[in-house]
Design a protein around this ligand. Sequence first.
Ligand code: SF4
Ligand code: SF4
Length: 285
Amino acid sequence: MINEIVVISGKGGTGKTSLTASIIPYFEDLVIADCDVDAPDLNILIKGDIVQERDFIGFQRPVIDYDKCTYCGLCQTSCNFNAISEDIIIKNATCEGCKVCEYVCPTDAITMHDTIIGKIYHRKTIFGPMIDARLIPGEESSGKLVAEVRKLARDVAYEENRNTIIIDGSPGIACNVISAITGVSKAIIVTEPTISGLHDLKKVVHLVRMFSVKAKVIINKYDLSLSKAKEIKEYLDLMGIEVILELPFDVEMVNSINNLKIPSTTDMPFFSSDEWFKFIEYLRK
Ligand code: SF4
Ligand code: SF4
């Protein structure tokens, strides 16, 4: 069985992607999946070469043949999503692709056409294959795109006999995060000791519990507010979730990211500590 590990956070800016990148060099039989499809940036640190690239069709949208249209208005009044204007123009941003307009049109002026909502990349990196994707700005269905990235990562893992998939999830608790955590072996939630960190942590903890995902928490930069870190630990204690790591703030972490480098033992002594290796052992199990 493949060991699928997802790294998530309730909010952006907690250091989730830096930590994901720091974990990657410790696995030899790995497939990397960047499921932060709205802002994929793991590759900036991992630096993979594209070996394959393809469009991702999210769903179908209607196209009107105005030579056949009699402007009867039936499609406009039948659309529950208010996605057709009074002058019979499709508003792509609100169209849900339900096909009702195609069904009701008396002159067959409407046909449904595939819509590309993003691109998927298969890369070769020094740590193993990587699958990542980018959603076209303004498009929705990021959950579907995440599901496709995970499926491709699993296919590659089976084909190449690789036992681990490390997934960089999106921040937040939207459908793309649900898609990233569903059915994983374990989740690592990265938080920080701030008011918003705790607030968003509570939401993501609720989510992992709802989906029965085994989760542990890293408090990144815990020493920036020892009192808030204590509050986080008390909350997690109540919820029965273990804090597996407390990472101190280290300016070298920031420097590594600014220099587009994976934070490593040479930058930060913490990555040689017993706590770190205990954490890596937990991930490997
Ligand atoms: S496909 Fe559905 S949502 Fe889109 S315009 Fe037609 S009726 Fe409206
Ligand atoms: S239902 Fe068909 S014919 Fe009527 S306005 Fe819409 S596209 Fe035109």
